[in-house]
Design a protein around this ligand. Structure first.
Ligand code: HEC
Ligand code: HEC
Length: 117
């Protein structure tokens, strides 16, 4: 898991060499209080999960679930993509769906050629 994350970061670093990685981007991802719920419903759909996958639903501020922490990182990553051209203006807009395609764990491996047929 950690190794793949590292690879991802490296790939992004290569793609966006020279760009400044900003750390306040998570705050930008969920700015207005009234937008949070809408945003949350969207990311749930994009990952094909329910709120409980990331949250202790008794306390939505609780960050003890592993996928809460991973999501925070990936929100930062998605925001970084948005800040670097994937803003939906000239090309696609960065979203969780862009990589996740409705699955919690993206099917990011290249398919193996079906030689055995
Ligand atoms: C894929 C993981 C994930 C899913 C699914 C998810 N959330 Fe979140 N949610 C987060 C993360 C991460 C944050 C913190 C964002 C931040 O701090 O910038 C958050 C923040 C919130 C907050 C703000 C908490 C606060 O600090 O006040 C609320 C409310 C919330 N989510 C509700 C929901 C609801 C309701 C659902 C289901 C419709 C949902 N979330 C689904 C990951 C998730
Ligand atoms: C640039 C591609 C990319 C984007 C964009 C992206 N992810 Fe991910 N995500 C991955 C990959 C690849 C993995 C699996 C490997 C890993 O964990 O590093 C993953 C894993 C995860 C996991 C852990 C799943 C598990 O159980 O192992 C969560 C949770 C997650 N992403 C949430 C999000 C959320 C929420 C967003 C949108 C705010 C998002 N991701 C955007 C590529 C992406």
């Amino acid at each position: 898991m950690r190794r793949i994350s590292t690879v991802l970061v490296l790939v992004l670093a290569v793609l966006f060499t020279g760009s400044v990685v900003q750390s306040q981007s998570v705050a930008k991802f969920v700015t207005k209080e009234e937008k949070i719920r809408e945003e949350m419903i969207t990311i749930s759909r994009e990952l094909g999960v329910t709120c409980a996958e990331c949250h202790n639903v008794q306390n939505f501020r609780d960050d003890s679930k592993k996928n809460f922490k991973v999501s925070k990182e990936h929100m930062r990553l998605t925001q970084m993509l948005k800040d670097n051209g994937f803003d939906g203006k000239k090309g696609p807009m960065a979203t969780c769906y862009m990589c996740h395609r409705g699955k919690l764990v993206p099917d990011y491996k290249e398919p193996v050629k079906a030689k055995a047929h």
